[in-house]
Design a protein around this ligand. Structure first.
Ligand code: V47
Ligand code: SF4
Length: 379
């Protein structure tokens, strides 16, 4: 489906787009202005072909997924992000929940005997769930299942936790690392630029605060992911500003594994008046991220949010990872209007989804160590 890079270079008449294609071929970094040109001027086949070129240079046909499950300790949240369909002010009222440590351990136990490699812990910011609580949770998970990788807590949760415990980011992160926290998910990033952030997520950690927490984590040897919530009131300039801050930090630390663009969904939140992006815009977003973020090893499409068919399509637009075989109660996207009301996919479903578009399905662990190549056999 994609066009070869030499054909693109030879047949593109726009000078600036031609020069971007040449840069991509020579593995040179594109500038912010060039990125804006991609958003404003380039058509879908152009960005798709460049992104696919980079994706195949980095990973060939390999497409990663992992076997994980989510624990959402609570959806009670002290913050009030306008795009959020998930948080509630109180538990036991309006669908609010808060889990005890024993209830969360029961979730871990329900995966006994299943070859899961990761637990992803993320939720609202509950005023009573503090550092001590989460340290105990991590320690108990490790004691019960030592080989399970614990990926947990957005910078939003961490910022609140550390401030409440009167710890610096360095002290707080070290304490969580000592307890067994092994990586950070990419949530809470939204859009870093203050003009947009103050409109949609004005009361939580700033963009600079988010980046600082990830920098400290990287310096302690804790890798992380990065997200960007796009397709709402932001402009292309804000997306580029966001990605530039990530690219700069990655140059310093090399601690990010993957970038995850998150498509804004508009159901049941205070931004329901904003139209959702089209599939074409979504594919362009993935492709341009792959081209701009030349120092991010992986680009992930989170299928519970995009829907499985669109997630499959992203594999032709730079994406080389489609997250995990989530088979529990991940509520954040079904509450925000994703087609995936019951977001479950077995390993076989995921392998099929990847193989149908002639890519190689590879099970990975959190750190992208390869566990199994499913293109060799489905058994
Ligand atoms: O930070 C909330 C987003 C994020 C909506 O690191 C919404 O592997 C769209 O970050 N429409 C949390 N998005 C989820 C997240 C994540 C998910 C999967 C994997 C990883 C990883 C991280 O969900 C929030 C926010 O940006 N979100 N509401 C909404 N209406
Ligand atoms: Fe709270 Fe996160 Fe929802 Fe914002 S996005 S209101 S921080 S749960």
């Amino acid at each position: 489906m994609s066009v070869s890079i030499d054909t693109l270079i030879n047949f593109t008449t726009d000078i600036s787009l031609k020069s971007i294609a040449i840069k991509v071929k020579n593995a040179e970094r594109i500038t912010d202005d060039e990125c804006l040109d991609l958003f404003e001027k380039a058509d879908l086949p152009f960005v798709g072909s460049l992104a696919n070129y980079i994706r195949e240079k980095f990973h060939g046909d390999k497409t990663y997924f992992n076997r994980n499950f989510h624990i959402e300790p609570t959806n009670v949240c002290v913050f009030s992000c306008k795009f959020c369909s998930y948080s509630r002010l109180y538990a036991n009222k309006d669908e609010g929940w808060e889990l005890s440590i024993d209830q969360m351990l029961d979730i871990v136990k329900s995966y006994d005997g299943k070859p899961i490699t990761e637990v992803h812990i993320v939720g609202g910011v509950h005023p009573k769930m503090n550092m001590t609580y989460f340290i105990e949770l991590i320690q108990k998970i490790h004691a019960y299942r030592p080989n399970l990788h614990v990926k947990g807590f957005t910078a939003v949760e961490l910022d609140y936790m550390f401030r409440k415990a009167k710890l610096t980011v360095e002290e707080g992160m070290q304490a969580l690392k000592d307890a067994g926290l092994q990586s950070l998910p990419g949530g809470g990033a939204e859009i870093f630029h203050q003009d947009i952030r103050k409109e949609i997520a004005g009361d939580k950690v700033t963009g600079e605060g988010w980046l600082h927490i990830h920098e400290v984590a990287h310096n302690l040897g804790i890798p992380s992911n990065a997200t960007m919530l796009y397709g709402h009131i932001e402009k292309y300039e804000h997306r580029i500003d966001h990605m530039r801050k990530l690219r700069d930090l990655q140059d310093k630390t090399h601690g990010f594994n993957t970038f995850i663009p998150l498509k804004f969904r508009n159901s049941n939140n205070d931004m329901s008046y904003v139209q959702e992006s089209t599939v074409t815009e979504d594919m362009r977003m993935y492709a341009i991220a792959r081209i701009y973020l030349d120092n991010f090893p992986h680009l992930k499409a989170y299928w519970p949010m995009l829907g499985r068919q669109n997630a499959q399509l992203t594999l032709s637009f730079g994406v080389n990872d489609i997250d995990g075989t989530i088979d529990d109660t991940t509520k954040i996207y079904s509450m925000a209007g994703s087609e995936e009301q019951t977001p479950t996919m077995t390993t076989e479903d995921l392998v099929m989804l990847i193989s149908q578009v002639k890519r190689k399905a590879i099970e990975r662990d959190t750190l992208y160590n390869e566990i199994r190549d499913y293109s060799i056999s489905l058994n």
